[in-house]
Unconditional design. Structure first.
Length: 230
């Protein structure tokens, strides 16, 4: 009986598309995915680039036109002296039409008075300050301590035109001449936390100041608020 020795296994040749030489069939090789172009995304990217450029241009322009100007730390009322501690330097963009006082001119403001009420943190302009002295020549300032019955219900403001009217009680009014009245201007007001009264500094003519002060000390004056129209 003849025995046949099997030949050694021949090397397998892998064919493209077959896995492990099995009989699973030919696998198709998938082509690389194609990038889909989305017009909306492209438009959005372009828009973002444009916005970024405009923002950068605006920021550069704002920085380049910014100036160092002066503001006030707290409200300064009309007639009050401007102190160095009141002033703060800020760097902001200012409209050229606004004649803001530059930080380099701080020394020229110190010692001047507020011609108008200057609100806290607002930019100071040239027309808000004055060198005029309070009181001016020929006038004096008299302090009054007044109850609510001696004042108009409207809150007095610095610069208000008022009249200081003398009082002496009902009996004195009935027996004596009409009360005297002196033209005055409100210089400053503040509450008296001890008495609850209102402290009012008024500017009156120098020749009547002694009489007004004497009547005020006796509690015999009241204020009348007149029309502010000139």
């Amino acid at each position: 009986m003849t025995t046949t020795t099997p030949a050694p296994d021949a090397p397998r040749v892998e064919r493209p598309g077959r896995t492990g030489g099995g009989a699973a069939g030919l696998d198709q090789i998938a082509p690389p995915p194609k990038m889909r172009r989305r017009p909306a995304m492209i438009a959005l990217s372009v828009a973002l680039i444009c916005v970024g450029g405009l923002t950068s241009a605006w920021a550069w322009q704002s920085t380049s036109t910014a100036q160092e100007v002066l503001t006030v730390r707290e409200t300064v009322l009309r007639g009050e002296v401007i102190e160095e501690d009141n002033l703060v330097t800020v760097r902001i963009g200012v409209d050229p039409a606004i004649q803001a006082v530059k930080a380099a001119e701080m020394a020229t403001l110190v010692g001047q008075r507020a011609a108008l009420d200057i609100a806290a943190h607002s930019v100071i302009t040239g027309d808000q300050v004055t060198e005029a002295v309070v009181p001016p020549k020929g006038f004096s300032v008299v302090g009054l301590s007044l109850t609510s019955a001696m004042l108009p219900t409207k809150q007095l403001a610095v610069g208000d035109k008022v009249r200081v009217v003398t009082t002496g009680g009902e009996a004195a009014a009935a027996a004596g001449p009409p009360p005297a009245a002196y033209g005055a201007t409100v210089v400053q007001t503040s509450p008296d936390e001890i008495t609850g009264n209102t402290l009012v500094n008024v500017q009156v003519a120098t020749d009547v100041a002694p009489g007004v002060a004497r009547r005020a000390a006796a509690g015999e004056v009241a204020l009348v608020l007149d029309s502010q129209e000139q």
